[in-house]
Design a binder for this molecule. Structure first.
Ligand code: SAM
Length: 219
């Protein structure tokens, strides 16, 4: 049985899934299910913080068919490929990554998912990749860096349209291993609160320990 959970996000046999933009192609060994001639990719909660956030009660999903998404820290494209399924060929996913090893895998995914644009660059220096990216509807960030807050603010000021949405995975251990995660999350939310009105705040335990997933609307 298939139900639409959010636009472009489905529940297939009780599991979160997206419609495969490239039928027959798997990105990370995910399970494929065919229902009524449509191919769905089951979204692994243990491999993607966005899937875990939805499973744990994300209230609003801002990424929709047709959205332009700037993805900071795309790694090998696991989550980015599901976002690509959701936005479809009327949308685009700009995938910023600075590690060469991950970029090699990401390039293979972008060759098949034609709405994903790979960008080899450092998210701390958005001017490096400003050319070619206009305003975006969403910035999705998962960079696991001590300065995650500054990285988001810089990119938001440069690319996120007013009323657009930030979706951020905050990893407290990358910021400070010696301090209580709760305090780190509070400080992060207060700091990015200057840029955006924070909405959802979801603890990703047990899928990702000491991670908070937040969403917010650009002021
Ligand atoms: C936790 S992984 C991302 C996993 C990915 N979001 C997913 O769900 O499939 C973090 C990634 O961010 C990348 N990264 C960290 N700092 C970065 C920076 N300043 N610029 C670009 N990429 C960065 C790392 O190389 C790594 O691949």
């Amino acid at each position: 049985m298939v139900e639409e959970n959010f636009p472009g996000v489905y529940i297939v046999g009780g599991k979160i899934a997206t419609k495969n933009l490239v039928p027959g192609y798997r990105v990370y060994g995910e399970k494929i299910v065919i229902e009524g001639n449509v191919e769905y990719r089951i979204w692994d909660l243990h491999r993607s913080k966005l899937a875990a956030a939805m499973h744990k009660g994300l209230k609003e999903m801002h990424i929709k068919p047709g959205s332009a998404v700037l993805y900071l820290g795309a790694a090998s494209g696991t989550t980015a490929s599901h976002i690509s399924d959701i936005v479809g060929m009327d949308g685009i996913v700009y995938c910023v990554e600075f590690a060469q090893r991950s970029m090699r895998d990401l390039l293979a995914v972008c060759e098949r998912h034609e709405n994903m644009m790979p960008i080899m660059g450092d998210a701390r220096q958005p001017q490096q990749y400003a050319e070619g990216i206009g305003e975006v509807d969403i910035i999705y960030q998962d960079v696991a860096q001590p300065d995650q807050d500054d990285i988001f603010i810089k990119n938001s000021q440069m690319f996120l349209k007013k009323g657009g949405w930030g979706m951020i995975c905050i990893k407290s251990q990358s910021i400070d291993v010696s301090r209580e995660p709760k305090k780190i999350f509070e400080e992060f939310v207060a700091k990015v609160g200057s840029e955006m009105e924070v909405h959802d705040q979801i603890d990703l335990t047990p899928y990702d320990l000491e991670h908070l997933f937040i969403t917010g609307k650009r002021k």
